[in-house]
Design a protein around this ligand. Structure first.
Ligand code: AMP
Length: 462
């Protein structure tokens, strides 16, 4: 089957042709005709399946049929990165049309986004939180009264991230009569329930199939002791077993540590996680995409939504706890028809999580070892400082600070007592130490700040 048989507007077919896509992916083949005919969709689709064009092409096709100046399509996406990616795909697919899109997400200024709403941008691609911010602004410049299409992208992810109440609040502000395209990688019960409320007689695409990583991905695990993971990863890079790679770690701390270790080993890298600003994230991704850095260290936040052409490798530095996360991370490589490798470093303690993943994908993963790597050596330094130790170190540091402050205060008080005693004796008083200044005569002149007697000309400050 070719794109030409999908009944799409010629301007869109030209764009697809420009992109060099030879034929629709499975999800596109099933989703496009049903959505083009105006049906609601309930689609189970992974990143890498071509799902974005699966909902953008029929949406753009619809908007081209009756041009008008109004926001007529809204795509809700869980993360900034995914919203930006969908926007980029839209720009590619709509390049031979007058249709425009805008990405609306947090971490950047509201002003240009407000302008996008006021300009009645055809397609708004938004994360739910920032969209609600705009909806609650005075001036009420968000106008969805002409909305025709709503897309939920990665609905399960939005649910995981706690966006369900936000989504419901957004829904309350949209016209009830509209087409809804509902995409989710997995179909847990709350997602099925949400889809029931939102969809009318939807075409069901792929829903019965268990979501699996795209074909073409070579998956393998590398058993290694926890403390040798960084050394093995560096050895794999140095021996070019791994090319350009997104490497996922379990926590932000581990991302930071790994980035430090790589830098010390002379391996150019960038990192992207929840504690980094939007600018830092964008720059890291750009450096990785341009080839300036070879390794992008990331936490799960970017597992969905990053689309890097010709990504050769994904490495799970840690085994993901949830099989779905594994499938999503691995989906970063081998997009559509391409091929790639997904490696997972697994320690003894992570074997249980690995077994759950193998069960979910229905097969045992290849186990590999790196010839010449000393699997028994002692690492020069510990990779991760356990959280309890980090907290203990912070507490110890604070206790030290407090002790130092207390000693300083005592020294100052002692000094003041001595000064006071000296002042008292010079004015002829006999106040005991500790009652500095109490022997001052009621009419004695005050010092410059009104404290204690003024110094005589011969008395130097101590
Ligand atoms: P996603 O939409 O996130 O699943 O990503 C799919 C990736 O495959 C993106 O890089 C698209 O540019 C690319 N892609 C989408 N559809 C096709 C197609 N029919 N043939 C080849 N590549 C495609």
């Amino acid at each position: 089957m070719t794109f030409d048989t999908l009944g799409l507007n010629p301007a869109l077919l030209r764009a697809v042709h420009d992109l060099g896509w030879p034929k629709p992916t499975d999800i596109q083949r099933d989703a496009i005709p049903a959505a083009r005919d105006g049906k609601d969709l309930l689609a189970c689709a992974m990143t890498g399946s071509g799902k974005t064009a699966g909902f953008l092409l029929p949406t753009l096709h619809r908007l081209l049929q009756s041009p008008k100046r109004a926001t007529r399509a809204l795509v809700l996406a869980p993360t900034r990165e995914l919203a930006a990616q969908v926007h980029a795909d839209l720009q590619n697919l709509a390049r031979h049309t007058n249709l425009k899109g805008a990405a609306i997400f947090g971490g950047v200024g509201m002003g240009p986004q407000e302008a996008a709403f006021r300009n009645k941008t055809d397609v708004i691609i938004a994360t739910p939180g920032r969209l609600l911010d705009h909806l609650s602004q005075p001036g009420r410049y968000v106008d969805f009264s002409a909305l025709e299409v709503l897309v939920l992208d990665e609905a399960d992810r939005m649910l995981d991230m706690g966006f369900l109440p936000d989504i419901k609040r957004v829904l309350a502000q949209l016209p009830a009569k509209r087409q809804t395209l509902f995409f989710s990688a997995t179909m847990p019960k709350p997602i099925v329930e949400l889809s029931r409320v939102m969809l009318q007689n939807p075409a069901r695409i792929n829903v019965e199939r268990v979501a699996l990583p795209a074909t073409g991905i070579e998956q393998a695990v590398w058993p290694v002791k926890e403390e040798l993971k960084a050394d093995l990863f560096i050895a794999l890079l140095r021996q070019d077993v791994i090319g350009n790679v997104i490497c996922f770690t379990r926590t932000k701390h581990r991302s930071n540590r790994l980035a430090d270790v790589l830098t010390r080993a002379g391996i150019p890298n960038a990192k992207i996680h929840g504690n980094r600003s939007q600018n830092q994230r964008t720059e890291a991704l750009a450096d990785f995409k341009s080839g300036k850095v070879r390794v992008l260290v990331a936490t799960d936040i970017v597992a969905r939504g990053i689309d890097v052409e010709a990504l050769e490798h994904v490495v799970n530095f840690d085994v993901p706890h949830m099989p779905e996360d594994y499938i999503h991370r691995v989906g970063r490589t081998a997009r559509a028809e391409a091929t790639g490798e997904a490696f997972t470093l697994v320690s003894q303690e992570e074997e249980n999580d690995l077994r759950a993943i193998e069960k979910a994908i229905g097969r045992k993963l290849n186990r590999r070892t790196l010839p010449g790597f000393d699997y028994a050596h002692r690492p020069v330094e510990r990779f991760e400082v356990p959280i309890a130790e980090r907290i203990a170190a912070i507490r110890a540091r604070k206790a030290e600070d407090r002790a130092r402050a207390k000693a300083k205060l005592e020294r100052r008080e002692q000094h003041q007592r001595r000064e006071g005693a000296r002042g008292a004796s010079s004015t002829g008083g006999s106040a005991p130490a500790g009652q500095a200044g109490s022997g001052r005569a009621a009419d004695a002149p005050r010092g410059p700040r009104g404290r204690g007697p003024r110094r005589g000309p011969g008395q130097r400050p101590r």
